[in-house]
Design a protein around this ligand. Structure first.
Ligand SMILES: Cc1cc2nc3c(=O)[nH]c(=O)nc-3n(C[C@H](O)[C@H](O)[C@H](O)COP(=O)(O)OP(=O)(O)OC[C@H]3O[C@@H](n4cnc5c(N)ncnc54)[C@H](O)[C@@H]3O)c2cc1C
Length: 388
């Protein structure tokens, strides 16, 4: 089999790239390790930047997002039981959209099915070959048979645990990493959200986040130790730990109910540099991870895809490789700013130590954020997403 761009991974990065390339007549095949049902079952991100919305529109898959997504003009931050609001609209003139990654993935899968582009699900043993030559190849097993996909370029969109980054020679890549000593225990429940806006909670018992997916579906998180076992967190224990972290009004309004999903996510900051190796280009979580506090993971995957799709379109349409040569540096410039914001928000909002100095610095920084228009503008500008 032959294609122009072999895309590894059918997460948001791979599916969006495939859609944008197809629009410009660039043939592509996606190889995905899991089944389509499994990919759709993963509950992950929920906050979409304006630039990501625009890209989904450009890919022709934004209609349902505009119909069902919730536009958020601001966010609430609760510090030791007192709530404050930062208005994105006032500070930046922009807003974000709350629309689940599961829904985006479904829209992208439906879009791909509509154009008849090829996706191989349950592709096993995906292996990359000859990435530093002009004729890279990908081999894999599917339906019990061995296959080879010849291509011009490989897009490694296979997430943090994928094979693409691991296929690069160790001396060609540098890893930068910070692993946080805590995680997020999250539940999804078919209960009305406690507020119309997200509430980020800083509390001596630990961080909490009240988020949502729709007017009838809530997503809540609490900071937890990495040693926690999900089995030892029945729903009642979760609600019992969330409540004392909230302000009085939120506690009164909180509607509890059975969880429909429950998971623990470790928090990590990670960047691999560069993001190009010969004919292999990394995009999304394959190249970088952010702690979810700033809601940047999915949005960064989208911005990588924008830069990469423009570079590939330029290669085929204008016979210019300037965009491909600039891809890694362009993508990393935006990645590092989002890494900085996600790290900052994580260290600001979590119980990071028992040291009273750390605690006081967090409170001073939050007080500054609520009193200074300049500080609130910096926060809002980063949260709604920096321009491309
Ligand atoms: C538990 C969890 C919660 C999260 N919560 C948030 C949040 O609240 N907000 C936020 O902004 N971000 C969040 N994120 C991050 C966000 O979901 C990711 O940044 C986003 O999914 C990145 O998209 P991607 O396409 O780059 O990678 P992925 O979504 O990871 O997709 C990669 C795809 O590649 C496939 N793959 C892997 N290995 C192979 C292989 N060898 N061969 C073929 N295919 C392969 C995988 O099955 C997967 O389908 C969360 C992530 C996790 C794990």
């Amino acid at each position: 089999m032959r294609t122009q761009v072999a895309i590894i991974g059918a997460g948001p990065a791979g599916l969006l790239l495939g859609q944008l390339l197809h629009k410009h007549g660039i043939d592509n095949v996606i190889l995905e390790r899991q089944t389509g049902e499994y990919v759709l079952g993963r509950v992950r991100a929920g906050v979409i930047e304006k630039v990501t919305m625009d890209l989904l529109d450009e890919a022709g898959v934004g209609a349902r997002m505009h119909r069902d997504g919730l536009v958020h003009d601001g966010v609430q931050i609760c510090v030791d039981g007192v709530r404050h609001r930062v208005s994105f609209k006032e500070m930046t003139g922009r807003a974000v959209m709350v629309y689940g990654q599961t829904e985006i993935t479904k829209d992208l899968m439906d879009g791909r099915a509509a154009i008849g582009a090829k996706t191989v699900y349950a592709a096993e043993g995906v292996a990359l070959h000859d990435i530093f030559t002009d004729q890279p190849r990908v081999t894999y097993r599917a339906a019990g048979a061995e296959h080879e996909l010849a291509c011009d370029f490989i897009a490694g969109c296979d997430g943090f645990h994928g094979i693409s980054r691991k296929s690069v020679p160790a001396d060609a890549i540098t890893h930068h990493e910070r692993v946080y000593p805590f995680g997020w225990l999250g539940i999804l429940s078919d209960t009305p959200p406690v507020s119309d806006e997200l509430i980020y909670v800083r509390h001596p018992r630990g961080f909490a986040l009240c988020s949502m997916r729709s007017p009838t579906r809530s997503r809540y998180y609490i900071q937890c130790s990495l040693a926690e076992d999900i089995e030892s967190w029945p729903d009642d224990r979760f609600w019992g730990e969330l409540k004392p972290r909230l302000d009085d009004e939120a506690r009164e309004r909180l509607v509890t109910g059975p969880s429909i999903e429950k998971s623990i996510a470790p928090l990590r900051s990670f960047v691999a540099e560069p993001m190009r190796f010969g004919r292999l280009f990394l995009a999304g979580d394959a190249a970088h991870i952010v702690p979810p506090t700033g809601a940047k993971g999915l949005n960064l995957a989208a911005s990588d895809v924008r830069y990469l799709s423009l570079a590939l379109i330029e290669h085929y349409a204008e016979k210019s490789d300037a965009g491909l040569a600039a891809y890694s540096a362009r993508a990393l410039a935006r990645v590092w700013k989002a890494e900085r914001f996600s790290w900052w928000m994580t260290t600001l909002m979590h119980r990071i130590s028992d040291n009273s100095f750390d605690h006081k610095i967090q409170l001073a920084e939050l007080d500054y954020l609520f009193r200074s228009q300049a500080a609130a503008t910096v926060f809002a500008e980063n949260y709604v997403g920096l321009p491309y």
